[in-house]
Design a protein around this ligand. Structure first.
Ligand SMILES: [Zn+2]
Length: 190
């Protein structure tokens, strides 16, 4: 039995760790990990690939509602970008891993933008948030073409489509791995 991990939120309770293997077509088996504190309710989700994957860049052009169903697997080490919307989701210790689809990614961005909207300090900032939410809604309705990019120096993340050729993927260059926030550890050990 591993040593109990103290909860980073309340520092009183211990984290209960649940690991569930999950088979993903066209990718392999991933491990869904949930950390949960029974004292304060803090929880954190992440996922990792069991198989070894190269540092990868995935990219898909979303051209309509049908493309919103394309599956997205994001580990906490994955960076998500949507250049047309100016969206970037960086990795970090509190970045959550999830299995979702393109629409689910947009919903996460929408929730974050709503939080920003409620915290807006002036009219200008509020307007920026509202304009952004408007663009996001178009994207969610399939009325706005955009590119979803996903980079992961550990290859734990992926964009997956049954339609071959829809998703462009390639190995990340050393340069790109270095520029990613979570790339450092890989280079130090590698
Ligand atoms: Zn706690």
């Amino acid at each position: 039995m591993a040593k109990p991990i103290k909860c980073p939120s309340c520092s009183v309770g211990n984290l209960r760790i649940t690991e569930i293997p999950y088979r993903v077509p066209y990718f392999g088996t991933i491990l869904l990990v949930t950390l949960r504190c029974e004292n304060c309710g803090f929880s954190h989700r992440d996922l990792f690939s069991i198989d070894f994957h190269e540092p990868m860049h995935y990219e898909v052009k979303v051209k309509g509602v049908e493309d919103l169903k394309i599956r997205v697997i994001r580990s906490s080490s994955g960076t998500i970008r949507i250049p047309e919307l100016g969206v970037r989701i960086d990795p970090g210790p509190f970045a959550e891993g999830f299995i979702s689809n393109v629409e689910g990614v947009l919903e996460r961005v929408e929730r974050a933008a709503m939080v920003l909207l409620h915290g807006a300090v002036d009219v200008e900032e509020k307007k920026r948030c509202l304009d952004f939410l408007e663009e996001l809604r178009k994207a969610k309705d399939g009325l706005l073409e955009f590119t979803l990019m996903l980079d992961d120096p550990y290859g734990n993340s992926a964009i997956l489509s049954a339609d071959e050729g829809k998703v462009v993927k390639r190995r990340l260059t050393e340069e790109e791995v270095r520029s990613l926030k979570s790339g450092r550890i890989l280079l130090e050990t590698g």
